[in-house]
Design a protein around this ligand. Structure first.
Ligand code: DGL
Length: 278
């Protein structure tokens, strides 16, 4: 049981930021990752669509032997996590609550900025959850609809990307925030540019870090930790595996092992296989 993988999913390459943390903090754990790149971005999908996608993906990840599921996506975590948790008989956590908790610990002034997708921002889930931990906290949010498509294309440093980051971040900086939450798992790909814009005095919270701390504690409590590495991670996508591998390697390097493509609506029948080594 314990050597079974942790299932992680997202709309695309964003959830790899969670896989990176797992590889660093829980080196004995194996991951089976699903990136729904055929349907990315999730940012403006309805709650009904997000629930359907999550059901399909979690079912698939359970079929792959997962012992624990991480929704490595703030957009689904903000809107449908409670529904999927109640539907499946497997422990499932999201990234939003850990991110909100980490932000509430990190701030000294109580002025917290959050950048996220339109769906996450509209849901108000970060504000609500941060206030559970820090009732006097003030949360300033910015929806950044144009970032995920650029990141999925691998455009991590063009002038256009930097200009957009300024458009999204400059108003938050005017609010004198001392913590910025990267409320979309894609945004750590842009961390260098974000750091340059916000300067050295704003603490940047990547929710993936606290998510993996919570995961470690949960695995321990449930007696589900692995004690030896039994194989490499597995990476599966619904869209183009070549494109996913090209962008994902910018984050994971050689830890990104071969990427397979699966069409969930064809009952998880494998369509093709791409071996990065070739
Ligand atoms: N990376 C996901 C998130 O954290 C989804 C982004 C998207 O597909 O728009 O919200």
């Amino acid at each position: 049981m314990n050597s079974r993988p942790i299932g992680v999913y997202d709309s695309g390459v964003g959830g790899l930021t969670v896989v990176r943390e797992i590889s660093g903090k829980l080196p004995w754990e194996r991951v089976v990752y699903f990136g729904d790149t055929a349907r990315v971005p999730y940012g403006e999908k309805t709650a009904g669509e997000l629930l359907r996608f999550s059901r399909e993906i979690i079912t698939f990840l359970i079929d792959q032997g997962s012992k624990f599921i991480i929704a490595g996506c703030n957009t689904t975590s903000s809107q449908v996590l409670d529904d999927v948790k109640s539907e499946f008989d497997i422990p499932i956590i999201g990234v939003l609550r850990p991110g909100a908790y980490a932000a509430s610990r990190a701030t000294k002034t109580g002025r917290i900025g959050v950048i996220a997708t339109v769906g996450t921002t509209r849901s108000g889930a970060y504000e609500k959850t941060i206030r559970e931990y820090l009732p006097e906290g003030q949360v300033f949010s910015a929806a950044c609809p144009e970032l995920v498509p650029l990141i999925e294309k691998g455009d991590l440093s063009s002038q256009e990307t930097v200009r957009l980051l300024h458009d999204y971040l400059d108003p938050l900086m005017e609010e004198d925030i001392d913590v910025l939450v990267l409320g979309c798992t894609h945004y750590p790909y842009l961390i260098d540019h974000i750091r340059r814009i916000v300067g050295p005095h704003v603490e940047i919270v990547d929710p993936a870090k606290e998510t993996v701390t919570v995961t470690a504690a949960a695995l321990h409590e449930l007696g589900l930790q692995s004690h030896e590495k039994t194989g490499p991670h597995a990476f599966i996508v619904s869209g183009d595996p070549l494109r996913f591998a090209a962008v994902g390697r910018k984050l994971l390097g050689d830890n990104l092992t071969p990427v397979r493509q699966v069409n969930l609506s064809l009952e998880s029948r494998e369509l093709s296989c791409y071996n990065q080594a070739t």
